[in-house]
Design a protein around this ligand. Sequence first.
Ligand SMILES: Cc1cc2nc3c(=O)[nH]c(=O)nc-3n(C[C@H](O)[C@H](O)[C@H](O)COP(=O)(O)OP(=O)(O)OC[C@H]3O[C@@H](n4cnc5c(N)ncnc54)[C@H](O)[C@@H]3O)c2cc1C
Length: 400
Amino acid sequence: MTEAGLKIAIAGGGIGGLAAGLALSATGQQIELFEKASAFSEIGAGVQLGPNVTRILKSWGLLDALRTVATEPDRLIVRSAVTGSVLGELRLGQAMQVRYGAPYVTLHRAALHAMLLRAVEQTAATLQLDTCVKSFQQSAQTVCLQTNHGAQDADVLVGADGLWSSTRAQLFGADMPRRTGHLAYRALIRQADLPERLRSRNVTAWLGSNMHGVHYPLKHPVDGDEWLNIVVFIHGNAPGDLQNWDHSANAVELNSALQGSCYALHNLLDAVPDWRLWVMHDRPPVQGPREMAISRVALLGDAAHPMRPYLAQGAGMAIEDAAALATALNGVTAQNAPAALQQYAANRWQRNARVQARALRNGQIFHAHGLMRWGRDVAMRLVGEQLLDMPWLYGPRQLS
Ligand SMILES: Cc1cc2nc3c(=O)[nH]c(=O)nc-3n(C[C@H](O)[C@H](O)[C@H](O)COP(=O)(O)OP(=O)(O)OC[C@H]3O[C@@H](n4cnc5c(N)ncnc54)[C@H](O)[C@@H]3O)c2cc1C
């Protein structure tokens, strides 16, 4: 390590890459972040962040900034998509703050991304757009990366390059993420455009058979108004050509998946003028530390552990990874960087694997039918709050 810290290259400027840039800069590391797109942006819509994540953002001095762009929903309400009845509830809002010392928030992912970007821009980190990390070579002393603008040396390379990570492909070969057979239909609708009875201050999950829906409030990043973020997950195959996808044709497909659902859910979904489709991919849970770091290269976020969004923790785990990586590399010499990355991987892989596995299981429970659905509904009615609260996930934990 030089006086100025390790030289760390980060491939990818999504939520994970920016979080890593911020956390590592704060410990005095020299950061060069490469983003292949020509502008920093986040597509998609809403994101939920549990107190395990907002606690980290708070420790980075971002809680006030977060509160200006985020919403703190009152409750998580689980309802049957078939009957519309309430199956279980978890108090969020002040109750989460009291229980876990940090809030449960919902926000537009563009607002989260912009908040992280503003914070990174205030550090000494260098951010390079239009720069694709194409390949790298490791030696005992250094990692040399090749971008579309030439070669570059670093002490450490962090692959935060998402689901289709080329950093990962170079470490482990081209084992592509798997299609889950699930599709996500996403929409945003201004609350003021909805009839009063359909507006909501809560996170609501509707559990059906082979489908579930989730909606929650968020502030729109452009107009600051209250919008409702709606996602419906169904079983189905992706259309071949997503670019030229016919929205109305696929809304028909969505409607057929919703057959047998209650009026309350139909009323809300009928109010959506336009859907966007996501084809869901994941990987099996991480099986060991080797899947998160080899020598001078570490993986983080979706590059390491893409998961089904049924625990709402993909971006959260990327932010936890970033905090753990900064802790592991703090004060480390260039020579010791590989050992520090092993420490990072050892600290993170089981947590990520557990969250991936739980997200997978939630999908099975949320989409259950027959006896399993009956059992789920009974359990939710009897001990809903205990099932929905997850101290192992939301509670404080050691990052080093
Ligand atoms: C429907 C849905 C709902 C979700 N809801 C939630 C939720 O409520 N809560 C939650 O925590 N998570 C949620 N997630 C998951 C979350 O969106 C992801 O886990 C998270 O965005 C991953 O961030 P990342 O930075 O690892 O990857 P990405 O966001 O994919 O960022 C990767 C970046 O790397 C860049 N890049 C790629 N290759 C290169 C290269 N070779 N060189 C340079 N740059 C490169 C890309 O352009 C991109 O900017 C949800 C996901 C989905 C699909």
